[in-house]
Every structure is written in C-alpha cells, then in structure tokens.
Design a protein around this ligand. Structure first.
Ligand code: GDP
Length: 324
C-alpha cells in the first residue's frame, strides 16, 4: 500500500442512530472489494450491523480486537489508488470528550442524515464538535428510496442546522450526496441513480483534504483510542502526527501527567478493510494501532525516544485504565 499522504483520506462518520451508518459503511466496504464473501454469506439474512456493529468476524478469526475504525481502498476515476480510514464516532451521548478525541484523527466528516427524519439531536451534538475542530462536512442524505423521504427539505434543515451552529462559509458550501445505502448507490444528483457507491467515494476524494503532515520530524502520536486483546494486551490507537513510527522502535511514552517512560513498540498495524494489517512503519497522517506499550492510555503521546514532546490532548476526562 502506498503511504503517500496525498492518497490518504481520514474521514469520520457522524450519524444519528438508525440513520444508516452501518449499512453505508458495509456498502463502501463491499464496493472496495474488501468485504469477504464468506462473511457476507454468514452474516446475511436479515442481520444488520455487519461491520461497525459486529464482533463476529473478529471472534471467528480467533484474534483480538474490535475496532470502530476500518479502511476502504478505492481506485479513483483518474486511476489513483487511494485509501480511506473511516472513523466511527460514538452514537451515544459523549463521555469524557470521546467524540472530540476520535474527531482529531479526521480531516473531514460524512454527516449521514435520514432523508425522512432529518437532523436529530445526536447529529447536532457531534457536528458541533466537528465544526469546532475545523472539519468540513459532506452531507449524505440517506434512505432516499423511502417513499416518505423528503430529501430537499432535509438538505435545507441541515443547512439551517449548520447556520445555527455558526458554521463558516466553507462548511455551508457542503457537498450533498443522496444515497440509498440499503440499495447500495449514491449520487450527487437525485434524478440520476448510478448503481454503486462510487460517487460518494469520489466526493470524499475531492472534498476531504489529504492529511497535512510533517513527515520529517521526530515521530509523535497521540493515543486517542484504546483497544484490548487477550493475546496482546492493550492496543493504543491514534494518528501519527509527525515523522514515522517504525516496528520495534524505541520510544518515549509521555503519560497524561507528563511522566515519560522509555519503551519499545512490539507491533505496528494500519487499518485494512475490517482487519488490521501488520506493518513495518506508519508515516505521519495515517492511523496506527500500536501493541507492546503498557500500560498505554488515552491521552498518552508516543514520541521519538530522544524527542519526548507531549502533544496537547484535546479535552480528556477519562479514568486511567489499568490491566487487571
Ligand atoms: P446505524 O444505526 O446508523 O448504523 O443504522 P443502520 O445501518 O443499522 O440502519 C438502520 C436501519 O435503517 C436498518 O433497518 C437498515 O436496513 C435501514 N436502512 C439503512 N440504510 C437504508 C436506506 O438507504 N434505505 C432504507 N429504506 N433503509 C435503510
């Protein structure tokens, strides 16, 4: 996989519960060819929640970890091979700044809104946080196949919501994509229904900026999410913000109280479809899962061994977790 940041997009997905986030991500996965047919077969039959909502695949493979991040590969119309990291945002009320933390990994957001229901309170809450971080939305009006859908009204409700939240002109000039995730298509033009999700992927390519990175400085990554695996223990997830992290690299980890400890990375992973793919290095701009640093906590900064500089965390108010 090419690690050129120009070919990378980090996109957070915001949706009120039931507006179709899971179905949409499933279809994006399917489009990118990552979706394993056997998994589809196994999980089909009315059961929903194939990607974001299910631990079944991980359990079946006998390893690790449920991740709310996944990655989709896409060859765009000009033949470039891109990778999108799709970052789930919590669908429930925010605890301890979780929403802000995961949003710091993103460079843009997909705002998925039900074409009948329109924007809902949870949409508003997370959207406000995203705007506060300078992220621009792509508005996905989903479920336009519903006979009671009212896509045009819902678009203007989203516009009003953005105005209400104080969005700047750039955010108000959002791209709108109409979709039926269930039927597996998306289009910028309601009257023109293509057969797949490609128009949404193209919109992401053009509307979400590639990560701006300082590729040459000493490595630095803020831990924004923690996963746990009974095999490898705690897994720190974040976005490499500077330099490159390498496998087995000796690093300084600075915890939230500012205490540095010297440690060594055990394994490095990037996101690859539903899986995580072990890799030798992760450059700035990409999302990364790190194994072997313990105890690793949200808000810790993983740094180059000799350049221990803590990253300012966003508002972090979670209890420090310890292994039992
Ligand atoms: P999430 O809670 O946002 O992840 O929503 P889901 O993807 O689980 O979808 C919630 C419900 O809406 C499920 O019953 C889906 O089948 C249905 N749904 C999702 N997308 C569409 C769509 O495009 N059209 C219609 N009619 N239903 C949809």
């Amino acid at each position: 996989m090419d690690s050129d940041p120009a070919l990378l997009r980090n996109v957070a997905i915001i949706a009120h519960v039931d507006h179709g986030k899971t179905t949409l991500v499933d279809k994006l996965m399917y489009q990118s060819g990552h979706y394993r047919q056997e998994a589809l077969d196994k999980l089909a039959g009315g059961q929903h929640g194939l990607v974001f909502d299910s631990n079944d695949l991980e359990r079946e493979r006998g390893i690790t970890i449920f991740s709310k991040n996944c990655a989709v590969e896409y060859e765009d119309l000009s033949g470039r091979r891109l990778r999108f990291n799709l970052i789930d945002t919590p669908g429930h009320a925010d605890f301890g700044g979780e929403v802000e933390r995961v949003l710091t990994m993103a460079d843009g957001v997909l705002l998925v809104v039900d074409a009948f229901e329109g924007p809902m309170p949870q949409t508003r809450f997370v959207l406000q946080k995203a705007l506060g971080l300078g992220l621009r939305p792509i508005v996905v009006i989903n479920k336009v196949d519903r006979p009671d859908s009212r896509p045009d009204e819902v678009v203007s409700e989203v516009f009003d919501l953005l105005v209400d939240l104080g969005a700047d002109d750039e955010a108000l000039d959002f791209a709108t994509v109409y979709a039926s995730a269930r039927q597996g298509w998306a289009s910028e033009d309601l009257d023109n229904r293509p057969e797949d999700m490609r128009p949404l992927l193209e919109t992401i390519v053009h509307r979400v900026p590639p990560p701006e990175v300082n590729a040459d400085g000493p490595a630095q990554m803020l831990i924004t999410t923690i996963d746990f695996s009974e095999f490898v223990g705690r897994i720190g997830i974040g976005r490499v913000s500077r330099g490159t992290l390498t496998n087995r690299q000796k690093v300084t980890v600075i915890d939230r109280s500012g205490t540095p400890t010297k440690q060594q990375i055990g394994q490095l992973f990037t996101f690859d479809g539903l899986d995580r793919k072990e890799t030798q290095s992760v450059p700035a701009g990409d999302l990364c899962a790190v194994v072997g640093l313990e105890p690793i906590n949200i808000g810790d900064t993983v740094c180059d061994l000799d350049n221990p500089e803590a990253l300012p965390g966003v508002e972090i108010d979670v209890p420090t977790l310890h292994m039992t």
